[in-house]
Design a protein around this ligand. Sequence first.
Ligand SMILES: Nc1ncnc2c1ncn2[C@@H]1O[C@H](COP(=O)(O)OP(=O)(O)OP(=O)(O)O)[C@@H](O)[C@H]1O
Ligand SMILES: [Mg+2]
Length: 385
Amino acid sequence: MFRSSQHKYPPFKLFVEQLELKQYRNLQPLHLTFSDGLHFFIGPNAQGKTNLLESLYVVAIGKSHRTRSHKELIQFGQSMARIRLVVKRRGESDRIEVMISQKGKKISKNGIEQRRLSQYIGTLPTIMFAPEDLELVKGGPSVRRKFLNMEIGQVSPHYLSDLSTYNQLIQQRNHLLKQAPSSKPYQTELLDVLDDQIVPIAGRIWKKRIGFLKDLNRWSSDIHQQISQQKEVLHLHYQSSIPLQTDMKEEEIQELFRQEIKRVRKKEVSQRVTLLGPHRDDIRVKLGEIDVSTFGSQGQQRTAALSLKLAEIDYIYQKMGVYPILLLDDVLSELDDFRKNYLFRALQGRVQTFVTATGLDGIDSEWVRKSKVYRIKQGTITEQG
Ligand SMILES: Nc1ncnc2c1ncn2[C@@H]1O[C@H](COP(=O)(O)OP(=O)(O)OP(=O)(O)O)[C@@H](O)[C@H]1O
Ligand SMILES: [Mg+2]
């Protein structure tokens, strides 16, 4: 992991230097100053640990990982919440503010309102790993598609805008297929018009996804080998609704898609739904010949999910020239000592990391010594001296 000599860029640092919260969830107003290293937030259940990580995630991604509703982020009984960050990147500072009101949220960067999320995303590249990420391996295809879209989206605003156009077009297409009785000539013409718009966008989305998966496969299998102490070989395979080959050019993908659409047109008209496209794809996660999603043990699934998440760090670094920050919510207790130590060793000196846990038991004192430790009690955070 992190073989920096093979990267295009030297390991530039990116980190959150300051965090200020006001009326955010159950947290008392706070202003914290962080280092570029490891941070532990320790406290019993229901004190505000996840809320704290969530506030960083909201700044990074523009929305919570737990809810679609901005209003839930505002402290009960209040009318607004505010998050402010100072992010250091290659020695420069960005001041970011997220204001959340009943009407919605407003993000500004260095005093300038960020109206288009696609342009703002990437300001604070972030990876979150939480117990629910087990779903990445265990859950249905939509979880893995969301993962693909989120991660590629963080490094490519074009991908995000393509995806949003694509989804709208597919909605229109499905609407058309549902509405009209089959075999009406106008329906065929309208479908052709939509397909002419969909094909190039789908081609770009597929090309990006295949490239992403190729990189991720390489890195995650390296990492997995190390975490599993050479016992297991992890392999990711992009499972597409059309027979894609990993080395296809964008035009070849588009051509293939055109042919496939023609081939299934009758079936789509009779089933009244779009059958092919990036929105129907999946990733298979395998250990050797075994499909981890179906046959993996809980521990194997968890380790595979961790390998995927850690591989993203390399991906972001390669694409953006900076390491993302890492939010680890409540995952340490699930990892054995070897995995815990591997994790901290791999992150050391490169990735600013925020870890929540109910206690420090089982964490090597070496790591605790090198980190900042905070206690959280009923929404109040205090740094441990
Ligand atoms: N908008 C809100 N205003 C005030 N309190 C809230 C709001 N939303 C959630 N809470 C409360 O915040 C508390 C802390 O939640 P959080 O998820 O951060 O706990 P946690 O420390 O991560 O606990 P656990 O160890 O169980 O994961 C919860 O008791 C919840 O009821
Ligand atoms: Mg929690």
